[in-house]
Design a protein around this ligand. Structure first.
Ligand SMILES: NC(=O)c1ccc[n+]([C@@H]2O[C@H](COP(=O)([O-])OP(=O)(O)OC[C@H]3O[C@@H](n4cnc5c(N)ncnc54)[C@H](OP(=O)(O)O)[C@@H]3O)[C@@H](O)[C@H]2O)c1
Length: 209
């Protein structure tokens, strides 16, 4: 599958790209800064330039699957959370549907909720609205909701649940492994699940969904 990674220069997304290079799939890195291109050139990964605050349709043409791993981050204003995590995400879903892209895998967040009252409610609401939109599309979606992201090495052991509230850490490496694994797992289509570091090998955890 030709897989578009949205937000490819990000900490998790770069790990996704590296894993896809070693897989049967063909990654395409969606980036917004020409200065990031060399990293992907060195990996032999093609790039496409698109910014989630503007039309992205050109990036979706000819793609078989999308892994959305972009985000405005914690250091931007709440306006950017809406523009990127909410509207920007929906922009890619609409473009995917129009382009006939069948598969869409969303990196979301645990505790996302349109009625969130958490200290980062603006973020949890934006992610929830985007996820709700995705569930209403005709796309074959999977929505993966990690906890607090860390840079510890992959244990390849996780805890998944269709209960979407909780607390805990998720290694970006484990998360990248799960996002990539979903591509080859039809049983994850139509599923929304939380993902924390845990004790169960990834394959077994995903089998149980
Ligand atoms: N941090 C946590 O503990 C946590 C917990 C649960 C879920 N999450 C979710 O996980 C996601 C990935 O986390 P991460 O740490 O890997 O993220 P990250 O390193 O901050 O990467 C986010 C990527 O999104 C890209 N981006 C931002 N605005 C964009 C725009 N307008 N158009 C195109 N790309 C844009 C950035 O591009 P540039 O490289 O050009 O800046 C960056 O590469 C987060 O965004 C968040 O939604 C995070």
């Amino acid at each position: 599958m030709k897989v578009l990674i949205v937000g490819a220069n990000g900490n998790t997304a770069t790990r996704v790209v590296r894993r896809l290079v070693d897989s049967a799939h063909d990654p395409v890195a969606m980036i917004r800064d020409v200065g990031h291109r060399a990293k992907f050139d060195a990996l032999g990964v093609p790039t496409v330039f698109a910014d989630l605050e503007y039309p992205v349709d050109h990036a979706l043409n000819g793609v078989d699957a999308v892994i959305f791993a972009a985000g405005s981050g914690g250091h931007t204003g709440k306006d950017k959370t809406v523009l990127v995590d909410h509207i920007g995400a929906i922009r890619t879903m609409v473009a995917a549907s129009v382009a006939g892209v069948p598969r869409y895998i969303m990196l979301s967040s645990i505790n996302n909720d349109v009625n969130s009252t958490s200290p980062i409610a603006h973020y949890h609401k934006a992610k929830a609205h985007a996820d709700n939109h995705l569930r209403e599309t005709d796309l074959d979606y999977s929505i993966v909701c990690p906890g607090r992201l860390t840079d510890v090495e992959a244990t390849e052991r996780v805890a998944v649940s269709t209960g979407l509230h909780g607390r805990g850490d998720t290694s970006r490496e484990n998360l990248a492994a799960v996002l990539v694994a979903c591509l080859d797992r039809p049983n994850t289509i139509g599923k929304t699940f939380s993902l924390l570091d845990g004790d169960v090998p990834i394959d077994n955890a995903l089998d149980a969904l």
